[in-house]
Ligand binder design. Structure first.
Ligand SMILES: [Ca+2]
Length: 362
């Protein structure tokens, strides 16, 4: 890890010199600040490591305070020179964390320096692959956005990339792929993830900021919630809804009010996993397929750490899918049987799958 920090520091210092040479008339901004971190934004470290850090102090200060993730981490009084300290970066968990230096001059005036530390997971995910146990027909007109079982029945939500009113929630007969009953949204409402909680089916929309609810018995529209940002995937853990929005962030929501209780950032040991899409909650873990890839990540819901990475490339090949519109985007477990199913956008097949270890980390 020290090597990574040294490399990062070399890049930062080198960049600073280059900036000064290219802009000789401009004073680098940090010179005006009496105390600054000796690293730039997005210093990366792992959650299990202690990162040595340095603060450059160019003026005498009556007080210097360090905040990590908005909590006071350390205070130095009557500071006259550079300060070194060690940061146990993992104390606030993985993700992008804010570090702030607050300098207090002798006359009481203050100035701050804010940077970000990116704390990576200390777990190298096990590698697995999805293999096919059985295949079923799937409607190739369905732009799959969500897949979930409720009391042994399969439900699917679709999107509408051609803007023709193809957004539906539907009960699907597993054996035939037939749509038993459906409810659609108007043109312009692009359906996204679905989940079923307490006999209510929730359906996100991509950019409208609306989540629609339906009675599971007849799929009649019941109500709606509003939210900020994009809607991608949805699942639930039996008490809260879990929602993705195309970033590395997952939100845990109150099913009654759709308000956010907490969020996690999803990271492996290399960095954040963005484009988290369709979700499924299986045996206490969140499964999320990563848009534009064949990978499904298995996430610890408390920490956001990726525990396993499942490659679904065999399914994509078998489904005849290629290009972005044919990506894997449906994961569902039938809790009555423990069987797991996967499909994708415009796939003609839906697979019962199992996950087998591959690779050196298995
Ligand atoms: Ca699902």
């Amino acid at each position: 890890m020290k090597k990574k920090i040294i490399i990062a520091l070399i890049v930062i210092v080198g960049g600073g010199i280059l900036y000064y040479l290219l802009n000789p008339g401009e004073e680098p901004e940090e010179k005006r600040n009496p105390a600054v971190f000796a690293f730039e934004a997005h210093l990366a470290t792992h959650g299990d490591e202690v990162a040595p850090m340095k603060i450059k102090v160019v003026e005498e200060l009556s007080k210097l305070e360090l905040f990590y993730n908005d909590s006071l981490f350390h205070t130095w009084n009557n500071v006259k020179g550079d300060v070194e300290f060690e940061l146990s970066a993992g104390i606030f968990g993985i993700g992008t964390r804010r570090v702030r230096l607050l300098s207090t001059y002798k006359d009481g005036k203050t100035l701050d320096d804010i940077r970000f530390v990116r704390v990576l997971s200390d777990i190298t995910p096990d590698k697995l692959e999805a293999s096919i146990l059985k295949e079923y027909p799937h409607n190739p007109q369905s732009f799959t956005q969500g897949l979930e079982f409720w009391n042994g029945k399969l439900y699917e939500g679709t999107g509408d990339p051609s803007d023709i009113g193809a957004t539906v929630v539907t009960e699907v007969e597993l054996e035939t792929g037939e749509h038993l009953k459906s409810m659609g949204l108007s043109v312009g409402y692009f359906g996204e993830g679905i989940t079923i909680f307490d006999s209510t089916l929730y359906q996100l929309t991509y950019k409208k900021g609306k989540c629609y609810t339906y009675s599971i018995e007849d799929l009649q529209l019941k109500g709606e919630f509003n939210y900020q940002g994009e809607g991608w995937g949805l699942c639930n853990d039996g008490t809260q809804l879990i929602m993705s929005n195309g970033t590395e962030r997952l939100s845990f929501l109150d099913p009654e009010t759709f308000t956010t209780n907490r969020t996690i950032e999803v990271y492996n040991d290399k960095g954040p996993i963005v484009n988290l899409n369709e979700l499924e909650f299986i045996d206490g873990k969140i499964y999320a397929n990563v848009w534009t890839t064949s990978i499904v990540v298995v996430i610890d819901p408390m920490s956001g750490k990726v525990l396993q990475e499942i490659d679904g490339i065999k399914l994509i090949r078998e489904a005849g899918g290629d290009g972005q519109s044919k990506v894997l985007n449906g994961i569902a477990i039938d809790k009555n049987t423990g069987k797991i199913y996967m499909t994708g956008k415009y796939w003609s097949k839906l697979f019962e799958v199992e996950f087998k270890p591959t690779g050196p980390n298995s």
